[in-house]
Ligand binder design. Structure first.
Ligand SMILES: Nc1nc2c(ncn2[C@@H]2O[C@H](COP(=O)(O)OP(=O)(O)OP(=O)(O)O)[C@@H](O)[C@H]2O)c(=O)[nH]1
Ligand SMILES: O=C(O)[C@H](O)COP(=O)(O)O
Length: 215
């Protein structure tokens, strides 16, 4: 049994565009790198993960000890499909797809997510809005179709229904809190104790759970 984790990583110049009004290129690149480091470190500490890969058109960004997989350049779902095919050749028997923009994720949460997925055959990690999918674990069925994008959670649930799988949907803050928009940053930064420069940041209070809990 060999459990691989794969992290998709968008090309630098296309990454985190929704934050472009708030952060300049260098700040966005720094944020992306910090979040990627956090995710890779949590994966490497997770007991349930045997190997880690990053699928990216920029292999120079992939650290030593992590397998760099090429991105065919047709978007996120084709990149992940190509990665899953390639990992089958590397002996993968189960697969965790996890986004690179989860700044609070911990190894213990990854372990809980994977264990829940093993029990059900599939686990899905919703974003805090209940619409997106931040992580997906498949046991055995590496051909499960990826439907990342708008409203991906309901699309992944529909694919599960077609296959008569009842996925695990564990509520784990570190997997729910991704950083896409200025509102996401507004949720994260005060809770994380990061100081802000008011002249550059426009923060609105966040009311959507679980962003205010256990950070
Ligand atoms: N390899 C690869 N990764 C991608 C691609 N599109 C998105 N990702 C990654 O998928 C995850 C979710 O990405 P998104 O939130 O859709 O995109 P983003 O760059 O983070 O943010 P926006 O530009 O604001 O949409 C992140 O880990 C991205 O780096 C792609 O075409 N190829
Ligand atoms: O399926 C999703 O939720 C999107 O592919 C990526 O999520 P994000 O835009 O919330 O990071």
């Amino acid at each position: 049994m060999s459990c691989w984790a794969v992290v998709p990583l968008k090309a630098r110049r296309f990454g985190k565009t929704r934050l472009a009004g708030l952060l300049d290129d260098a700040a966005r690149a720094g944020l992306v790198q910090t979040m990627l480091d956090t995710v890779l470190s949590a994966l490497s500490d997770a007991q349930e993960i045997d190997h880690i890969a990053v699928v990216s058109s920029e292999p120079e960004r992939v650290p030593l000890g992590v397998l760099a997989l090429p991105d065919p350049g047709a978007g996120l779902n084709p990149a992940l499909t190509a990665a899953a095919d390639s990992l089958l050749d590397h002996g993968a028997t189960s697969l965790l797809v996890i986004h690179a923009d989860l700044p609070l994720v911990r190894a213990s949460e990854i372990d809980r997510f994977v264990r829940a997925g093993r029990r059900q055959g599939l686990a899905l990690a919703s974003d805090r809005h209940g619409t997106g999918t931040n992580a997906l674990f498949v046991a055995d069925r590496l051909d499960f179709p990826f439907r990342f994008g708008t409203n991906s959670l309901s699309q992944h649930l529909a694919e599960a229904r077609i296959r008569r799988i009842t996925p695990a949907l564990p509520a784990l803050n570190g997997l729910a809190i991704d950083i896409d928009t200025p509102a996401d940053l507004a949720c994260l930064l005060p809770a994380a104790g990061v100081s802000l420069k008011p002249s550059r940041w426009s923060l609105t209070p966040c009311t959507t759970s679980p962003c205010t809990t256990s950070l």
